[in-house]
Design a protein around this ligand. Sequence first.
Ligand code: F6P
Length: 346
Amino acid sequence: MAKIRNGQRIGILTAGGDCPGINAAIRGVGKTAIVKYDMKVIGISDGFTGLINKEYRELTEQDLSGILTMGGTILGTSREKPFKRAGKGKNEISKPVLIKKHYEQLDLDCLVCIGGNGTLKTAHLLAQEGLNVVGIPKTIDNDVWGTDLTFGFDSAVNIATEAIDRLHSTANSHKRIMIIELMGHNAGWIALYAGIAGGGDVILIPEIPYDEKKIADYLLNRSRGNKPYSIMVIAEGIKTPGRDGSAAHYLSRRISELTGLDTRETVLGYIQRGGSPSPMDRVLATRYGSSAADLIARREYGNMVALKNNEIIPVPLAEVAGMLKLVENKDPLVVKARNLGTCFGD
Ligand code: F6P
């Protein structure tokens, strides 16, 4: 393929929690930038920490080979939020100023920020400081505003669904109420999708407040109606009164008290974020990465790449920053699950 000489020098960083597909996105940006546009690609270490400390390395096409299927991020990540406590001590330079200085010293034309809500907000603030920035939405939580999907989500739903499938064995054999707690931060997307895919009888998400007694009645009705076991899929972000420990632990105790049924809890945790990305995430991350390089080539900075009706489009970071995409009570999936008799606890 004939290169389109573009001459830009781009930095790539990955920030926030790791998730499956980050390396596929790095590869998508990097390979397109090098192969199609003949750009120079600089990998920044450990999210914004790497720009603060000026830790980086050039990424060649060779460095980007063999990483498509790998979990985690070859660049490392951190939860550094440079604009939080951005004030400086005596003789200390503030983090945003350091980032700007190092961006200039590295002679970057654009910085690609691969991350979730926190990262995209920081990316927007850096754009306001005059940096050229392009964002790529990444998170298992799927809660980034302005895009239909984030990569990482599909892999997490696959992993969570497999876990629920496996819980059916013990639920069935021992006639128990099995409660599984899934990640998602303040959003219920993972619990909703995996709950439906895994045939959860009760699905609790932060967006729909629940009543313990209604859940207890629902479970007792099932057990009286020849369904002696049930699966409850709950999101980590649901509210529980005076919680000490996991939401699953709290509900396991409460449901047992209210129903007299045998309950057990599982907190799936970081398993949901680890390992090789699903084929769908590899494809989405590749599309996002490659489209981000196209945006940079056209110098359309200040945007995030987003999926809308199966097309990748630019969405201004200003529209995304500080926003959250949450599940709505009228979401078609919630409606369909209710039609099947799934209990949302309300
Ligand atoms: O945003 C991804 C996520 O895994 C959330 O689902 C979860 O609440 C959070 O990160 C956990 O954060 P940490 O990696 O800092 O423990």
